[in-house]
Design a protein around this ligand. Sequence first.
Ligand SMILES: Nc1ncnc2c1ncn2[C@@H]1O[C@H](COP(=O)(O)OP(=O)(O)OP(=O)(O)O)[C@@H](O)[C@H]1O
Length: 251
Amino acid sequence: MNNPAPSTRPPAIQIDDLTVAYNYKPVLWDIDLTIPEGVLMAIVGPNGAGKSTLIKSILGIIKPIAGSVQVFGKPYKKQVDKVAYVPQKGSVDWDFPTVALDVVMMGTYGGLGWIKRPGQKEKKRALEALEKVGMLSFRDRQISQLSGGQQQRIFLARALVQDAAIYLMDEPFQGVDATTERAIVNILKELRQSGKTLVVVHHDLQTVPEYFDWVTFLNVKSIASGPIRDIFNDDNLTKTYGINYKVATKG
Ligand SMILES: Nc1ncnc2c1ncn2[C@@H]1O[C@H](COP(=O)(O)OP(=O)(O)OP(=O)(O)O)[C@@H](O)[C@H]1O
């Protein structure tokens, strides 16, 4: 019987020997991390662990002092159209004078090339994404006049229309209510089901096993990374958070 040939496709994200510093102080130290295609992965770790910095390093927003990041086997610069990013809420200038629909339409720009402007097709996709995140009736509202959770949904819709292969999300559940959180989780799971790779900074340890199938523990160093069932345990939680954790085996 023939065995299937092993996949030669590179992982979604490959990080090697990555060290990042702000003002000479290392905040990520010698990170080696492989993120396989098709996982729904949480990055967990205490405040200041370097989670956002890791996401920004993948996106090339921050230059490392050592190491490399590859997206499907190539530098991010060559794969920009394959990656969508939902930034942390506090990092966005919400006074920017634009309405919700326009913010979502921005997600379609990448696929359009230089001269083309978004047309009816792009508008339809943006409206569908707004509907998906339950924000269709807010399409003409100024972005600054939306609540925090609503703004978060708009940014999720913008990422959805990008139709990327990899979604990087920095705390998408921050400040959203339980219904919105549920809606976002469902969208994340749908994206995973359709073969996308999702990397999500997440703070609520209780929900990690329910929401995700993969996890990376980070605290300046990469403590552990792999399937939830193998590595989401009290030992890794204690190594990451430095106190005796009893989340994983609870219940
Ligand atoms: N622009 C910056 N200049 C200097 N230091 C920074 C800068 N951005 C982040 N830092 C520091 O780098 C470290 C890592 O920050 P980062 O935002 O990546 O952590 P995080 O794990 O995402 O934290 P949180 O859970 O609080 O959002 C922190 O000590 C932070 O103070």
